[in-house]
Design a protein around this ligand. Structure first.
Ligand SMILES: [Zn+2]
Length: 60
């Protein structure tokens, strides 16, 4: 039977992929007045195309 050659480090044991959990993404409400969409922080709002109160993308 195959036997591991080295002892698995504590770090590797603790970060084993099967133990990874998904987490819900952080959502913020779009600060643009009249939009109020839920978007990811530090990201251009996909619905109104503004970032930091500035229009950076053509509104859809
Ligand atoms: Zn928006």
């Amino acid at each position: 039977m195959a036997v591991p050659k080295r002892k698995m480090s504590r770090s590797n044991t603790r970060s084993r992929r099967s133990q990874w959990k998904t987490t819900a993404p952080t959502l913020i409400t779009c600060p643009n007045r009249g939009c109020g969409e839920q978007t990811l922080p530090h990201t251009v709002c996909p619905s109104c195309g503004t970032y930091k109160g500035r229009q950076v993308q053509a509104a859809v």
